[in-house]
Design a protein around this ligand. Sequence first.
Ligand SMILES: Cc1ncc(COP(=O)(O)O)c(C=O)c1O
Length: 394
Amino acid sequence: MAKTPKTPVKPETKLVNAGRDPKGQHGFVNPPVYHASTVLYPTAEDQVAHRSSYQYGRRGTPTSDALETALTELEGDGCAGVALLPSGLAAISTALIAVAGSGDHVLVTDSVYRPTRNFCDGGFKRMGVETTYYDPLIGADIAKLMKPNTRAVFVEAPGSQSFDMQDIPAIAKVAHDRGALVMMDNTWATPLYFRPFDKGADLSIQAGTKYIGGHSDVMFGCVSANAKTLPALKNTVYTMGLCVGPDDMYLALRGLRTMGVRLARHNESGLKVARWLEQRPEVARVLHPALASNPGYKIWQRDFTGSSGLFSIVLKPTSEKSVHAFMNELALFGMGYSWGGFESLVISFDCTEYRSATKWAPGGPTLRFHIGLEDPGDLIADLERGFAALAATK
Ligand SMILES: Cc1ncc(COP(=O)(O)O)c(C=O)c1O
């Protein structure tokens, strides 16, 4: 930002201003999109001495600087810098590679995003890293699973299908006492609703594809790091040649500007729909950490300041055919993966397929909803028609 505010500003204000320098861009509000590889040096002397603000497109441009600066400011105290990656999953695998290598051990929550597990069980294993999955509710008992070679504990709260909450400060205390790092997938809450560096994380990952982008039109990921982990993270990104296309960086930066108002609406509408679902006779449980009925509510209340639009429900036992009838009847909920865009979504899922440290036995079919920016009354009416179709098909 060209001018520095005279008093500290709230994260929502940072979202609007961070990383902008209109003065340096002829007064235009937004930064230009630099499509760039080669950077020319004015003289032979400059070339030999590598004297320039930028060296090469892959190593950073004013566009990537603007986005990195904005994300770093949003994370606030404790964040030393941010690495930009071409997807959320790339951000996760890059962060893991940055902290552990051959002969090391990592602890990963059993509720983790499934492709994170696939990376740990695949590429990471081939690199010689051992992964142990742990019960997301383990808290300070994580101490029992720590080994002398445990380099990192990976947390994700809430899990993006099961919505188990994790006691991150308790886990972080144990990890740090044993010399291990804490890394978090903070895609659900974003730094607006959960402050990873205040709660003990050393690295925080976001799939920017979701709420940062916010419009289901960009793949993007980022890793925020504290001073201790930033050099290894940046080194991994540079040596692996990872970078993000300029237009995608621009879309991420553009999305960031409105993330505050979008999230507030996802939060409000998500809770409205979740509370309505809680009263439905067809629903056994609503897996939403910000509902007082949820086992993770106390942790959510202590550590989080809001919730996003993603949650699940457990239906009372019913046939697959009736679940499909419910889903097929919905007109305002698209059926597709990912989330965090402006639109509502529904998917059917089953964690029993992959959980290994804990047993997933919800007692009925499970559906995950993303509540978008539509009118929540319209969404509820749509769901009501879905339940009518479910009843008609039983
Ligand atoms: C919790 C979570 N983390 C990471 C990712 C990966 O993000 P991307 O799809 O950008 O690779 C996803 C995608 O659905 C996710 O839900």
